[in-house]
Design a protein around this ligand. Sequence first.
Ligand code: CTP
Length: 424
Amino acid sequence: MTVERISILEYKRIVLGVTGSIAAYKAADFASKLTQAGADVDVILTEAATRFVTALTFEAVTGRAVYTDLWRTAGGESLPTHVAHVGLAEGADLILIAPATAQHIAKLAHGFADDLLCITALAAKCPILIAPAMDGSMYESAAVAANVARLRELGMEVIEPEVGRMASGMVGRGRLPEVWTLLGAVRRALGREWGALHDRHIVVTAGGTREALDPVRFITNRSSGKQGYAIAQTALDSGAHVTLIATPNELPVPYGVELVLVESAQEMLEAVLTYSAEADALIMAAAVADYRPEETAEHKLKKTGKALQLTLVPTVDILATVGERRLQTGRPHVLVGFAAETRDLLKNARSKLEKKHADYIVANDVSQPGAGFGADTNIVTILSADGSAISLPQQTKSAVAEAIIQRVAARLQTVPRRHEPDEC
Ligand code: CTP
């Protein structure tokens, strides 16, 4: 599977340290995905790693020289020492060691400097991420746990290994996380360094709400949640703390997001009111039901063979409620809504912008192919409270998310961060 370019990774220099674990083969796929996403990946293989994987594999997927010892690349060129260790550390935007063995975790926790990877980590000023991989009983040992705690004290981020089947055949916590998790961890760490939204709290809603008829049936809509999830991921890439209030779906959860699962419009309302009270921005990408059954049957409704009449009553408009509250509290600073329309797109969207006191409405004609529910692309016009409207061509939901987050970040530029003193 190929990966699309990811803005936060483009032209970033990532040093990928690979140590001697059976999971080293997964690091080749990860190096490939990072490269496809736009990063320049410098791989350091420890001596033990070269017993599991070859430098040639990594050279082929990254298109760059691979480092295997202090003085030489795998290609055999000898390197000036400052290039080989200090140079790698100085040029790196991020170092990720994946997989990290118990041996290297111990060495890094105690400042050892006896191989290129340890020296590079010691010399680096950029964020360092460690993804341990080993047998579950080793990972749970007191010594490894103490070393992992020490790495965290030293400011390194440890990506928790996953629970699953190990090479030994045993099941435990020690598996190297999947590529998407590692990629997510790298994105979040870079976002915190470089993103326009670091120290900001962004709340995003996603998916169609479910309004229960009885314990086994509900009324819902065609929303897939994809656009909301793409916005949450882009906000993470920009360094924000992101709360994603979503209805159940099959989408991968973005790494580092605070996920709050809800079902009904009422549950979403309560979660949004709680989480957005102190937030910097709320982006309502969810398709909230406008009506719910007046009554939810306690037991499964049985068929009678006759017509069934349902009485539907209106739900609360979440965006409008937050818009009203904001007039008093000033929070959230930025309010973004969507308008899903099948006709009179701009007229309906403009009226929603005003009625709901939003700063932006992202309008899409959900009847167009390549737009709206379930699609991987979207065609939107972003209407602003200042009267402007920008129509974007058909593009991926990630690209639409970037356009939205850029506007949110621009608006927040003049708003002090919580721990910054107000300018006087
Ligand atoms: N919305 C909401 N609460 C509701 C209904 C909608 O917060 N009960 C939000 C949506 O999340 C979206 C915006 O309001 O950001 C517009 O939703 P949309 O379904 O397009 O419009 P409605 O306000 O429901 O109006 P209509 O159904 O008449 O188009």
